[in-house]
Design a protein around this ligand. Structure first.
Ligand SMILES: [Zn+2]
Length: 235
């Protein structure tokens, strides 16, 4: 018996939440079954599926032949590429690190880089979470992507995201990034947030009290709604 290519891990669980051993034992040898037994089956309550393996890992596991990055299309999509070296990630990092730290930051290997980041401190107010986001849009307008990082008052990295948006304008992508950052910050129950953006048009739209009529109006309204929640947001 062969597992269908389109099968999901969840298809291999039974209604009681356990592994579907009647199927698994027909598909895999004993060693692999032992590895599966050591893994907790997926649960619906834990949220949507997310892809954790980078393409570089997926090639090793013969899940794909393409190890390139899904955002920039270049290089091998390794962990350090996704976190730091991808053009999308670089846009974000370049706004958060000092110019004289630039070479050390981008030359370090993964382990040294992670440790260095965890030690990095830059105080900007106790209890305040700072949001930096940015977008990258192809000149052709064929694709755009956004990313963001949230840092605590000591400059420590809290959470980050990177998302492919499809076709769109730079201003729309920037607003998407800010909205997504705010949603994450609210979910994490932060109460004081500073948004930093280098997109003057986006900032102007967000601090404008009138409601415009551009294609970005819905996004602006959604961001303003987020800002009106019971917390402090400075742009
Ligand atoms: Zn990339």
């Amino acid at each position: 018996m062969v597992v269908p290519m389109e099968a999901k891990v969840a298809d291999m669980t039974n209604p009681n939440g356990g592994w579907k051993w009647s199927v698994l034992t027909q598909c895999f040898d004993e060693e692999i079954l032992e590895h599966i037994a050591a893994c907790p089956p997926p649960m619906e309550d834990l949220g949507d599926d997310v892809c954790l393996w980078k393409n570089n890992d997926r090639v090793r596991r013969r899940l794909t032949n393409d190890s390139s990055c899904i955002l920039c299309g270049n290089c091998q999509e390794t962990l350090i590429h996704t976190l730091r070296d991808c053009n999308i990630a670089k846009c974000i990092w370049s706004k958060t690190i000092a110019t004289n730290d630039y070479n050390n930051f981008f030359d370090a290997d993964l382990e040294d880089w992670m440790i260095s980041n965890l030690k990095n401190q830059s105080d900007f107010g106790l209890g305040v979470v700072k949001i930096n986001s940015d977008e990258a849009t192809a000149e052709s307008g064929n694709w755009s992507a956004v990313g963001g990082v949230l840092r605590d008052s000591h400059g420590n990295w809290l959470v980050g995201f990177c998302r492919f948006l499809g076709r769109g304008f730079a201003i729309t992508a920037e607003l998407w990034a800010i909205l997504h950052d705010l949603e994450i910050a609210w979910q994490k129950e932060y109460t004081k947030v500073i948004i930093e953006s280098d997109n003057k048009s986006a900032v102007a739209m967000l601090i404008d009290v009138s409601i415009g009529s551009s294609s970005s109006t819905t996004l602006v309204q959604r961001i303003k709604e987020e800002c009106r929640r019971n917390w402090t947001v400075n742009i």
